[in-house]
Design a protein around this ligand. Structure first.
Ligand code: SF4
Length: 189
């Protein structure tokens, strides 16, 4: 082709890279929040942590459109068939985050009715530690999923294997900000 006729800006890439970029930038989480970890999951989507910065804020309880299952909280034996059903309805390729000690190990609920780790029944890609994990830790887990998508691309034959990564907390605990100068009935609190 005559280079004189080419426009000024040309970008070359591979189809796989474009598809992976689109997938990683538009993750659609399917939240399965059963307990306190769910509150941190909600916080991750709110303005302070703003999950939308990573293109993963559209939580719509719509498994056929979702590609990222986030299990947040303890799961009892009666719930597991429902969880598996929802997982099976999700489109391939799909990924799973196990959020918090309860989802990953049963946590302190060492009881016959509580699943001692959802990975006994379904593939888990990333474990997010904590009781509960802070929203930053969950976001780090979601970023790990994005790296998996970038590096792995399409799973062979439409199937995926659980990578079972564990996220290390990368923050230092700090006191929550406190409001000052509040009064109740004229008294400072
Ligand atoms: S890991 Fe902790 S915060 Fe999360 S559901 Fe279990 S008890 Fe609640």
């Amino acid at each position: 082709m005559d280079t004189q006729t080419l426009p000024d800006n040309i970008l070359t890439t591979q189809l796989k890279k474009v598809v992976n970029w689109a997938r990683r930038s538009s993750l659609w989480p399917m939240p399965f929040a059963t307990a306190c970890c769910g509150i941190e999951l909600m916080a991750a989507g709110c303005s302070r942590y703003d999950l939308a910065r990573f293109g993963a804020e559209a939580m719509r309880f719509s498994p056929r459109q979702s590609d990222l299952m986030i299990v947040a909280g303890r799961v009892c034996i009666k719930m597991m068939p429902v969880l598996q059903h929802i997982y099976q309805q999700m489109t391939e390729p799909k990924w799973v985050i196990s959020m918090g000690a309860c989802a990953s190990t049963g946590g302190v609920f060492d009881a016959y009715a509580t699943i001692q780790g959802i990975d006994q029944f379904m593939p888990v890609d990333v474990y997010v530690p904590g009781c509960p994990p802070r929203p930053e830790t969950l976001i780090e887990g979601i970023m790990a999923i994005q790296r998996i998508i970038d590096e792995e691309g399409l799973p062979p034959h439409g199937k995926r294997r659980p990578l079972q990564l564990a996220i290390e907390p990368s923050y230092s605990p700090a006191a929550q900000p406190m409001a000052t100068g509040l009064t109740v009935d004229g008294k400072a609190i």
